[in-house]
Design a protein around this ligand. Sequence first.
Ligand SMILES: [Zn+2]
Length: 461
Amino acid sequence: MATDSRLDEVLERLDAGLPEAIERLKAFLRIPSISTDPAFAADVRAAAHWLREELAGVGFDAAVMDTPGHPMVVARTPAGEGRSLLFYGHYDVQPVDPLELWNRPPFDPQVEDTPEGPVIRGRGAADDKGQLMTFVEACRAWKSVHGALPPGLILLFEGEEESGSTNLQPFLRENAGMLRADLALICDTTMYADGRPAITTQLRGLMGEEITVRAADRDLHSGSFGGLAANPIQVLVNALASVKDAEGRVTLPGFYDGAPELTDELRADWQALGFDSAEFLSRVGLREPIGEKGRTGLEMVWNRPTLEINGIAGGYAGEGFKTVLPAEARAKVSCRLVGTQDPDAIRAALRAHVRAHIPADCTVEFHAHGNSQASVMDTSDPAFGAAKQALTAEWGREAAFIGAGGSIPVAGDFKRMLGMDTMLIGFGRDDDRIHSPNEKYDVESFSKGARSWARIIAALM
Ligand SMILES: [Zn+2]
């Protein structure tokens, strides 16, 4: 158990070692580990080996483990008495084009001074090499103060996160015994707006469905057949329009089963974030929040399920005009899911609803696209409160439990396949330009990120 004085020493060690830590990160960033482009396969492997060497140098038992694609890097410390932790990050990066929009070579990283403070510029600086190194640097400082690494740590670094994580699930399945811990930590997200530290504790799931309605056996002339023959576009839009009521609620029977109300703690946390729906929408040229009446903006994007029509096609939509009753119409529909909503049950309810709107001589065909439940972490586990306090102490601003409207599949995989909850704690900022030219990571994010992990390790061990 770490005493506070030793934590202070670890933090001092991190501060004193910051210049060397930045040099190590720059060396890592110089390796062009672009996972999606086969031309860089050797570089991806080189990045894995660089990381393994670093981790072994810090004192981990570290290995590069092959998969049918790019390798995994796994490092561990001996089991201890306390809580075991699995830390996840990824060492692969996105492609760099268009190259001409970079203000420096993407794999020649440098520290640049900007009006907002110094930043480390280069591909992967924020996503995710800089972020994963915050944890490695915290471990390094811990070791140099305590003489040993924290026990019960497992580090897992993936090399295919930016290219579909094809081999992650099989790897987790085959190595479940080695990877299972009491809790997972992922450092691949941003802080809440304007640099407020946050722990993401819930992620929405996803259900996707493609619907094809067919009527006549050919396209029809609207003068000869219009008014008599079924129009599949009309059939489809009727079915989809009645999926929501005037209050913005989805009408499918059982749709809200498993969609939980906010706890008092989360409601208070989210209130304190001061989210302004109108301001948020104004960034995309909108003003008026739409959606369920009586819900706050953050509830709508983090804690309420959605049903959206993402695409619709049929008939003639080209230049000019053509008076046609098309033979078929198609739509793509997706739902973001929360709590314990069951994607299969919702898919079945949507299909039943559409079938009920199909005239007898039309047909409908369904095609499933993706299926994942929401991930909701158990924040009553004291580890969550302890990590929140640690972040608050480091940043001097109240840390918050937040949600994410999208999905981060690895967190769901950890839950389903290894039975672990995940704390998603990232130090990125909204202007880091990840996946874009001129990616950067603030030196403050790097430095205080490592300090944050030292505090969190001290609090959780
Ligand atoms: Zn990432």
